[in-house]
Design a protein around this ligand. Structure first.
Ligand code: ATP
Length: 515
């Protein structure tokens, strides 16, 4: 099945099984805003706990923070968001659709890259073991031609974005004959800048309302509290401040479900270090964050770093951790070496000193900062995309299939379902008793409706790793059948052993020990 079809099915699955609903659906929805259902909220909470514990629990020198969404508007002047948090927009006059000019060009670059890789793959299967990839890449006329085209376009793009030179961005689109995906025409408007921040007002208008913004990132809440935390927590550099919270961006190209939303949640950690040591720490955090992703077991080959060659004005190193989504490798997390830019800016705009006295060096300085920034929702989508499987279970000519969410047990919303074989003869009572004994440790679900086969399928679709079936034998010898989601194997075990069988596999502690 085509990857796009799988993605569509995943989106439908999220709605059907209570993971993600379109916001305000009965009013026809609100673009790029979503609500999390009964299972979605559990998965989201588990992702957040995995991140939070990996930062705050495992590091003595990282503490948490929960700063307000509303902040003084000057913060966004100082951070550069008022003047520079813009996307370059272009409209197609025929379809009346609006696009990000940079995204249109990036997609063109991706197409060239795919074309080139296809040529290389073709040659690899043609030449087999004798294939000299480096030689082929540097000498094959077709590959060389595509590479030259790619490099030229890439250079023009990077230069145009550096300004940004809006006329040049449009010219690149025209010169590369990029067409509107909807109308198929090249009838483009000029490129304009569009600020992504949502504005609102605080206070009553009679005594002068103040224009404020919904924060577009959580990081600034950390920077402006840097001294509060450092002093009240007697923190010594190097140390970090972690925060999970909502962020808002008026995204123009809001496609791909919860990949790009207008209201979303971020998990950000700012790590304050001595000037001159930042690149060493950048390297350490790069590795630590990649390990966190890979420890979920979705396959190391599905992750890669994408180092930025065009750095933001405040950064001296930056990379993205990308995951292979059904629509290609895309950013899940950004890691940035932000220098002392933010603290210096806030010092200048607030007039308050944002410095740290280093007792070992006996001097004061503005710390440098390494940032790790990941979207909860994007991570949620990554986990769902990696876990969604459609399996053919046909046997001896009898067609059968199932949809299963192979969620890591530690993240699964429901850890076990307790299912009485029939809803009579005391089996429901035994089931309830088992749940009463386990509910303080695990999120349990009781289900007595429909045949046992249907109930298994339903739990597979939710991603429940264990199903416990209670039958007539249970009443006699206190044993139950435990069914494993991924293998579908079943075994008979004593009720008394359930906790120990399940505990290790779903435990956050065990997951954290992998880091
Ligand atoms: P992109 O290039 O995809 O717009 P970005 O580079 O602007 O992302 P950052 O500002 O570095 O993203 O934000 C850090 C993380 O926050 C991203 O890696 C992503 O996981 C998440 N994120 C950013 N924007 C959105 C959004 N609109 N919807 C959901 N998650 C987002």
């Amino acid at each position: 099945m085509a990857q796009e079809d799988i993605f569509k099915k995943l989106v439908a699955h999220c709605k059907e099984y209570g993971y993600v609903f379109p916001s305000s659906e009965i009013y026809d929805g609100l673009g790029a805003v979503y609500d999390y259902g009964q299972y979605g909220v559990e998965l989201k909470n588990n992702i957040k706990k995995y991140w939070w514990d990996s930062m705050v629990l495992l590091h003595e020198n990282i503490v948490g923070l929960d700063s307000a969404i509303f902040m003084h508007p000057t913060i966004w002047k100082a951070s550069g968001h008022v003047d520079a948090f813009n996307d370059p927009l272009i409209d197609n006059r025929d379809s009346k659709k609006r696009y990000r000019a940079d995204v249109l060009i990036e997609e063109q670059l991706e197409k060239l890259d795919e074309k080139r890789e296809k040529e290389v793959e073709k040659a690899r299967s043609r030449f087999g073991e004798k294939f000299d990839e480096a030689l082929y890449r540097s000498t094959n006329p077709r590959v060389v031609e595509i590479t030259e085209k790619y490099d030229l376009l890439h250079k023009r793009f990077v230069d145009a974005m550096a300004g940004p030179d809006l006329a040049e961005l449009r010219q690149i689109i025209v010169d590369n004959e990029i067409v509107c995906p909807v109308s198929g025409t090249k009838n483009w408007t000029d490129v304009r800048q569009f600020n992504l921040m949502f504005a609102t007002e605080i206070g009553s208008t009679s005594d002068g309302a103040l224009k404020i913004y919904l924060r577009p990132e959580t990081a600034q809440g950390i920077f402006v509290n840097f001294l509060n935390v450092q002093k009240s927590g007697r923190m010594k550099i190097p140390f970090g401040i972690a925060q999970i919270g909502k962020a808002f961006r008026n995204e123009i190209v809001a496609r791909q479900f919860i990949f790009r939303m207008r209201e979303f949640e971020q998990m950000e950690m700012q790590f304050f270090v001595r000037p001159g040591t930042e690149l060493e720490w950048f390297g350490k955090w790069k590795e630590a964050r990649m390990k966190w992703h890979r420890a979920l077991g979705f396959g190391n080959e599905n992750y890669r770093f994408h180092d930025h060659d065009k750095l933001a004005h405040y950064a001296n190193a930056a990379t993205d951790i990308e995951y292979k989504f059904p629509f290609g490798f895309k950013e899940v997390e950004g890691i940035h070496s932000r220098t002392d830019f933010d603290l210096r800016q806030h010092q200048e705009f607030s007039g308050k000193k944002m410095q740290y006295f280093d007792p070992e060096l006996n001097e004061s300085y503005t710390p440098y900062v390494i940032e790790t920034s990941i979207g909860v929702d994007r991570m949620f989508l990554q986990v769902m995309a990696a876990s969604y499987y459609e399996e053919d279970l046909s046997k001896d000519g009898v067609p059968d299939s199932r949809v299963v969410l192979r969620l890591p047990s530690v993240l699964a919303p429901v850890k076990l379902a307790v299912l009485p074989l029939v809803r009579k003869d005391g089996l429901p009572d035994i089931s309830r008793k088992i749940i009463d004994g386990l509910k303080f440790d695990f999120n349990c679900q009781y289900d007595e409706k429909d045949s046992i086969g249907k109930r298994y399928r339903r739990q597979d679709a939710i991603g429940t790793p264990y199903c416990i079936t209670i039958d007539y034998q249970t009443a006699e010898d206190e044993t139950v059948t435990i069914r494993y989601r991924d293998s579908m194997l079943q075994e008979r075990v004593p009720i008394a052993q359930l906790r120990s069988i399940i505990a290790d596999k779903v435990s956050m502690q065990e997951q954290l020990k992998k880091l």
